[in-house]
Design a protein around this ligand. Sequence first.
Ligand code: BDP
Length: 620
Amino acid sequence: MKKLIVLTLVFTIGCIEMQAQNFKPADTKDIALFPQQNGLRNTMNLSGIWKFKVDSNGIGEKEQWYNGLSATLPIAVPGSWNEQYDDIRDYLGLAWYEQNTFIPKSWSGQKIYLRFGSANYAAKVWLNGKPLGIHEGGHLPFAFDITSMISWDAPNRITVQVENLLKPNRVPVGGLPPGGMFSNNPPSNFDFFPYCGLQRPVWLYTIPKNSISDITVKTTLQSTDGTVEIKIKKEGTAKQGKVKLEGDGKTWETAFTSSGNEATAIIKVPDAHVWNTDDPYLYQLTVTLTNGKEITDKYNLDIGIRTIAVDNKHILLNGKPIFLKGFGKHEDFPVFGKGTAYPVIVKDFGLLKWIGANSFRTSHYPYDEEYMKMADKAGILIIDEIPAVGLFFDNNLQGVTERKEMCQQQIRELITRDKNHPSVIMWSVANEPIANNANFNLTRKATADSVSMNFFKDLFKTVKENDDTRLANMVGLQGGPDEWLNLSDVICINRYYGWYTFNGNIGAGAQAFEKELDDLYAKFHKPILVTEFGADAYPGMHTDQPEMFTEEFQTALIKAYLDVAAKKDFVTGMHVWAFADFKTTQGVIRFGGMNWKGVFTRDRKPKAAAFYLRSRWAQQ
Ligand code: BDP
């Protein structure tokens, strides 16, 4: 009997323990407003050196490492783990992070959140040894309400388990069977290094109990007059509020009363100071929530009054054609990996201006929020891309559906995070998906089937349901199906004639490029944006006659493509691939584990092509 009681007890405790290990998926609505410090809200940035431990045998959970990590290594957060230690460069499996921090007493009475800028790829989080939540997808933020779990008089232990295993049904895609000579290591189905870890800042922050939980700003123009529509979501019992817009020495104010938890305010701005690339003017918006007696919450946003649209040949910014000059980029820097590197962000915006660019694509995943804020201020247009790279279609419909749902989750998270940035003009739902009947010698175009067509129709629908004010696109692979392209507002293509085909023959490559542009326009009558074109150039390699891998060849190929595009009034922009050299996986076409198509080196020195682009773009 005694034995039975003991057994029952052990079983019950076991069950409680298992039950307690229930992890809630992060809620997208909690990333709507970036943490803000003001008189009613508090923030604490937890960037710094954390404790770190690799768990290659997957024993951490069983051994309850969430109750305190032992025998740890120091690790920088934000930062990728791969280049901080020389023996874990290619390690993508489980690893644990821990940080201990007091929370100020003055924060009690407010709701307290823990927010991760990103954790690549999957994260499981504990607070003070108790399960807090989980999140999948490595390039978008997530946050959890920790109010009820805080220790007020002792340090709070934050424990995060992260892994970045490459799997076929993850987005981005990896872990596919090796493809012979062109297999790569680690086996990503994309061309950048799968850096891992807590790669963006981690924040603790508060919001008042009666709080503003979301703000969505939409702007329209009637001739020179602007209309700013502000949708507010709130939590708690406070119902009244005020919206104030300030700019050019003028102030507009309007009151609102919420119905349910939502309210809309409209402000008319006669003769608006519009946001554009030459004059990225930002108005200051302040939303205040009151409960009749006192102000309960306040949130500030810098907003731009601008519109974005298309006609059949151009992207239109504020109703006028704008030609996109710029790049596909990466978040990538030595040692930092994909970790947020503020000096590099500042440097890159300087170089974009120096070279005369007005835009870039966040290939192939959403970037740190600081990029978006900088772009708003600098007047740089952004094509904001989810990490849908390496997508493929096969007869495993379950796998296709899993990838689609992951893409949709990331579209919702991205739009929730970035919807108020005037710099963002287009949501990119995929880069170079591969058709079921793809043909890799690129001589014949693949065709779309109903599975893949429905896949992309659903992604575009998700975009338009979440934001009907911007454009949407997918980026087509050379040799990919034309039918997919036509789902986009702007036909977006990556082309490598003269490099991956017609190798070394720029003349023949340019001719093939021109023919394809003409064919696509004749077929779809939509503006075309060349989202990638370029050639690898090993820095310092020269020849008198352009030859592949030299700086002269890269420059000549870029020139030839720009010359072709200049003849076509339906080409609405040219994005060179890439802004800077970047680290990728090892393989026979990636010398030194690097992609050398940057017009700047990895440490941001200009190659010959950068000077050429500057002579062409900065003077226009
Ligand atoms: C394109 C991809 C890009 C690659 C580039 C290349 O979109 O990610 O880095 O090719 O091969 O197909 O350099």
